[in-house]
Design a protein around this ligand. Structure first.
Ligand code: COS
Length: 379
């Protein structure tokens, strides 16, 4: 049976997030972008409506919702501001390794505290010389008595300077390649943890993106997730889970661009009629709608697979890749529909275009997604 209808609860939550996004985020999205400013106020308000930690089980203080729910929220947030969507999504991403591999005792200790307030987490995987090539990370974790000592620098970390909890991937033995990587939960207040300068980004400027530096950071052995040396697989499982949601945020950006382009085309008079009367414009708008709907369905399908405990690596990669690519195409075309006005900062479409670009890069470039897809096809 195929059923595309959402439950009453899903429709209500989507409306809650959509209203929140349009009331609290969209009106200041331009300002946050111009000032390259993270907004703790938005995080506080999202916490107050009960969805900041939506994916965490209720017993640890979350809302116990699934990946498909996450897609619904991400699309609404993305439609209001890609940067804020990445901030709020970055929290869920940072917590996902914990949810996959944390012991119930550690969850009770760290996750419950995290979810009791408007706190953000961050996923610390990427390094200066290890982006797509996860296996080559150089941050080390050395066992010392009943502790681990972590040393290294993570780069391009979303929520890097504003998170209170980090999931940190580090190698216990660089000679072992991906088989030597473990993952640790590290509270930001731990001595030796600091953040570097804020990156000056092209888009998604409302997200605080920085280096996170670990200098002789001592953490108890129990802060390691899983069995040890299984960090690579935990990272891959995390990305399988997060990619439909990140794709959905791209769908939101594309949808917003389509809506602005459609409204503009109806009102812009050239040659004595609205430009929407020209087939050239109609075809561009129709192609936007095709792409937005197709991407949304791919994201929902991948999320549904995950929620129903099916392996979703290929479908998650397809969803993230397609949604990121169409977001770039749709936003670029939206700028074109608005012409000279689209290129100006008075209209939101140039921001959509800048925000969309990152969707082809982060959480695995779209070239990496194609590698994952091809590997599944060929294996
Ligand atoms: N779930 C569980 N296990 C997985 C997995 C997944 N999705 N993907 C791979 N694995 C396992 C494999 O089964 C294999 O295990 P065994 O050693 O037991 O056989 C192991 O992990 C190595 O897998 P594989 O050989 O496929 O790894 P590759 O080095 O060929 O490919 C890619 C890894 C390139 C796909 C990976 O490094 C990647 O996704 N890179 C992008 C990282 C990224 O997204 N960075 C952005 C950071 S977040 S902003």
């Amino acid at each position: 049976m195929i059923d595309f209808s959402l439950t009453d609860e899903q429709r209500a939550c989507r409306k809650l997030v959509g209203d929140f996004a349009q009331k609290e985020i969209a009106p200041i999205a331009h300002e946050l972008d111009e000032e390259q400013r993270h907004s703790p106020e938005i995080v506080n308000k999202y916490f107050e409506i009960g969805l900041l930690h939506y994916s965490v089980p209720e017993e640890y203080g979350g809302a116990g919702l699934g990946s498909l729910d996450g897609c619904l929220f991400s699309e609404e947030l993305g439609a209001a501001c890609g940067g804020v969507a990445a901030t709020l999504g970055g929290n869920i991403l940072g917590l996902t390794p914990f949810q996959i591999a944390g012991s119930p005792e550690l969850k009770k200790e760290l996750l419950t505290t995290h979810c009791s307030g408007p706190n953000l987490a961050a996923f610390c995987l990427t390094e200066a010389d290890a982006g797509s090539d996860v296996a080559s990370i150089r941050t080390t974790a050395r066992p010392q008595g009943d502790e681990y000592v972590i040393n290294g620098t993570k780069r391009f970390i979303s929520n890097g300077g504003v998170a209170s909890l980090y999931s940190v991937f580090a190698t216990e033995d660089p000679q072992l390649g991906y088989k030597g990587i473990s993952v640790f939960m590290v509270p930001a207040e731990t001595p030796g943890v600091s953040s570097g300068k804020k990156e000056n980004k092209m888009g998604q400027r409302a997200t605080d993106t920085r280096e996170v530096i670990f200098e002789n950071v001592h953490i108890p052995i129990r802060y390691r997730l899983g069995e040890g040396n299984d960090g690579f697989k935990i990272a891959m499982m995390t990305l399988d889970e997060s990619r439909p949601g990140i794709g959905a945020a791209a769908v939101g950006i594309a949808r917003a661009a389509m809506e602005v382009a459609t409204a503009y085309a109806k009102g812009r008079i050239q040659f004595e009629k609205p430009i929407a009367a020209q087939q050239a414009i109609q075809f561009m708008l129709a192609d936007m709608a095709i792409k937005v709907d197709a991407a949304r369905l791919l994201c929902w399908h991948a999320a549904w697979l995950h929620d129903n405990e099916h392996r979703s690596s290929k479908e998650s990669a397809i969803a993230k890749c397609f949604a990121g690519d169409i977001a770039m195409q749709v936003t670029t075309d939206a700028v074109q529909v608005l012409g000279g006005y689209g290129y100006m900062k008075e209209y939101p479409v140039e921001k959509y275009m800048r925000d969309a670009k990152l969707h082809q890069i982060y959480e695995g470039t779209n070239q990496i997604q194609r590698l994952v897809i091809a590997k599944h096809l060929l294996s």
